[in-house]
Design a protein around this ligand. Sequence first.
Ligand SMILES: *Cc1c(COP(=O)(O)O)cnc(C)c1O
Length: 397
Amino acid sequence: MFQPQPLDTASIIALEDQYATGVYSKRQVALVKGQGARVWDADGKEYIDCAGGTAVASVGHANPMVLRAIARQANTMITCQEMFYNDKRALVMKKLCSLSGMSKVFLCNSGTEAVEAAIKFARVLTGRTEIVAAMRGFHGRTMGSLSATWEKKYREPFEPLVPGFKHIVYNDIVSLEAAVSDQTAAVILEIVQGEGGVRPGDPAFLQRARELCTEKGALLIFDEIQTGFGRTGKWFAKDHYNLQPDMLCLAKAIGGGLPMGATLLAEGMGAIPPMVHGTTFGGNPLVCAASLAAIGYMEEHHLPERSARHGEWFLNELSKIQSPLIREVRGKGLMVGIELKQKVAPYIAALMQKGVLAINAGMTVIRFVPPLVIPQQDLGIVAEKVAEVLSEAKADE
Ligand SMILES: *Cc1c(COP(=O)(O)O)cnc(C)c1O
């Protein structure tokens, strides 16, 4: 059988640098293999993966249930557009609704598409065009979802964006009340702001958003693309607050690592007219089979509970670290951030040197979103390495 020659780190980096557009700021490491919560680079160096494909690899790399499902489905049927019915799609739709308490599903291929669908559905269902989003919110990078995203560096190069978007102060009820009116089609919120710095929502704020939307006839959209599927210690972060949105956006961990997104609608929302929206790859049997397997694994192994337990332990370990650099340690489940009083890039680089992959959330927060299967022992090692990196920095200064 033909096997391409494996590339070494330098060749991989040279090729990507030559051919990629440059839209990503890159780290000088080429990851080629993963198993559970560990990954390896092309030189064979091992890392504990707290980047997890940005909260995607929740069931772990090379998860045996997911890879069996993918192999079996690839051998049966990979593609089937939604014009036709399909067994795996039917089952995944049912599963998503039973887990979330929602009642209808639109399947797509990424987070930003899940948000685009929600924005379009909100317009169609309400006949209104105003959308209220939050400062520090992140909802994706296509033109509609980008209009809901707050960060200037993502938005400004692409203005003018979609009209009708307003940004309120997150967790500020006064700002929320001033923005939501009978012109509002939807309010879109993350329950723990991810890219914006791992900032959990205030229960009173989210509760008020629910009430106001109901009162004004606006739809409440929860963007749980990052917080869904056990990440915060419950199946969905909304379950910590006992709140139901009118629409729920999901992606990241939903497909066991395969690209998938979903926009779910609550009961009684009315039907979306035919031809109003759609996507070629949405609901393809391969990702649906992977998603069913990933969700099955999460259920069997109680990953949401595990995330709650290990997340609490990890947060506690990190909170013990004494460093004048730390402003705050916060999070929910295995979505944890350390806010520093300065830029985090050098500390993330130092952690990588020590065999720990973490990512930033904004300029000043180190974010940990490991596979939910990560052993507690590995989290202990991560906490140790973080302590080392922050104390060495102090010694340098
Ligand atoms: C990652 C993310 C998105 C965008 O998802 P993509 O798959 O990158 O398009 C949207 N919202 C939130 C909260 C996210 O974390």
